[in-house]
Structures are given as C-alpha cells and as structure tokens.
Write a protein that binds this ligand. Structure first.
Ligand SMILES: Cc1cc2nc3c(=O)[nH]c(=O)nc-3n(C[C@H](O)[C@H](O)[C@H](O)COP(=O)(O)O)c2cc1C
Length: 214
C-alpha cells in the first residue's frame, strides 16, 4: 500500500466501514422515516421539500419541488392541482420519482414508483386544515396555465374570497397523490469520498436491498 493511501485511510475513519447505511433497517419505509427524522433533527431547511420528476407521454421529463405531506400506509403523499402540468403528466404516465437532498447530513434519497390520486375524503380532511389564504389560492390559481398579469390572479382571489365567506370547500381540481414505491435508494456522502449507497427493490411484495457502487 502506498504511503499516501496509508495516511489517507488513517485520516478517514469511514474508509473501511459502512456507517450510516450499514445500520438502516431492512424495511425501506422505516429507513426513510429514520432519515427524515434525522433531517428534521439536524434542522435541515425544508426537510420535507423534494423534487418530483414526471415524464410525459412524449417522453419529456419535467422536475419541480413540492412538499411531501406524509407517509401514509407506506405511500408518499403530496398535494397539488390535478390540472397542472404535473397532474396532466401523471394522468398520461403515472410513473414518477421523488428526490430528497439533505445537505447538512450529506444525504440523498431517491424514490421511484407509481402515482395515483388519493381518496377524496383524505384530500377533503387535509384541505380543511389549510389556512384560508391557501384554500382561496387553490381556487384562484389555474396552476401552470398562462397568466396575463398579476391582477388577473388577484381578481380571481378576490372573487373566490367573496364566493366563500365562511367555509371554503376543496376545489375538485386540487388534492393529493400517493406514490407507491418500487425502488428506494439511500446515499450517504463520506469525507473519504468512498460514499455509501443502498438500494431497496420491491419484487412482488418483498423488499430486497443491496449496496451499490457510489
Ligand atoms: C419549496 C417549494 C415547495 C413547493 N410545494 C409545492 C406543493 O406542495 N404543491 C405544489 O403543487 N407545488 C409546490 N411548489 C411549486 C412547484 O414547484 C411548481 O412550481 C408548481 O407545482 C407547478 O408545477 P407544474 O407546472 O410542473 O405542475 C413548491 C415550490 C417550492 C419551491
């Protein structure tokens, strides 16, 4: 072994061993919850923000950030406008991915699977907990459509505010989606640059995991 490598190994305790991913549970959803909680604990900003990537019927990929609302029955739930660009893409091709990056912890989680709209009653219950301005905004914003000017949006906001003086019902075009995962992958950056990756793959209803080269 070269002198350089010998010294390098001595200076990098992580070189010879798996650390973070070595202790992850075999259940990928428990593993995700563990890392999510650690991200919150580490005060990662917007720990629940993730990139949703979709692919249209024309095979054009699109990515955008949104908030993961919850992990419900092992499904990743997020909320949006069903008529938006992402809603239309998911209608044509429900295969999508979610990507989390927690820089303080040097961690990334990739989640791939199939997305379907959730039950209306679950969307109703969540919508009812949202602040009024978000509720009115969900009616006012024709998400992803061209906007002439800001005044157009404000005028719609004012109109819906007047239409719903008390309870704001959930717009039919706004609600949740659930991503049913086929694949999760955990990446842990390491000072030695020998980063760690562990992939969980679902075969029927069994999850198997394996290490990947970084
Ligand atoms: C931090 C952050 C959080 C966001 N959360 C959401 C969200 O939960 N739901 C949503 O529809 N859009 C959210 N957005 C806006 C989306 O990134 C995107 O602009 C919007 O959904 C329209 O995307 P589309 O035209 O591809 O459908 C968020 C943006 C940022 C930067």
């Amino acid at each position: 072994m070269s002198e350089w490598l010998k010294a390098y190994r001595e200076n990098h305790a992580d070189f010879d061993q798996l650390s973070a991913i070595g202790t992850l549970p075999d259940n990928p959803f428990l593993a995700f919850s563990e890392w999510f909680d650690a991200a919150v604990q580490a005060q990662e900003r917007e720990a629940n923000a993730c990139v949703l990537s979709t692919c249209t019927a024309e095979l054009q990929a699109h990515s955008r950030i949104l908030y993961l609302k919850e992990l419900l029955d092992n499904q990743f739930i997020f909320y949006t406008n069903y008529l938006s660009q992402k809603g239309q893409a998911l209608g044509a091709n429900p295969k999508a991915s979610l990507l989390f990056f927690w820089p303080q912890l040097m961690r990334q989680v990739r989640i791939e699977g199939t997305v379907t709209p959730i039950e209306a009653s679950i969307s109703d219950a969540y919508f009812a907990t949202r602040p009024r301005e978000s509720q009115i905004g969900a009616w006012a914003s024709q998400q992803s459509e061209a906007l002439t000017d800001r005044q157009e949006l404000i005028a719609r906001f004012e109109a819906y505010d007047a239409q719903f003086p008390a309870i704001v019902p959930r717009p039919p075009h706004w609600g949740g989606y659930a991503l049913d995962a086929q694949y999760l992958e955990f990446w842990q950056g390491q000072p030695s640059r020998l980063h760690e990756r562990r992939a969980y793959i679902r075969h029927q209803n069994q999850w198997q995991s394996k290490l990947l080269n970084p």
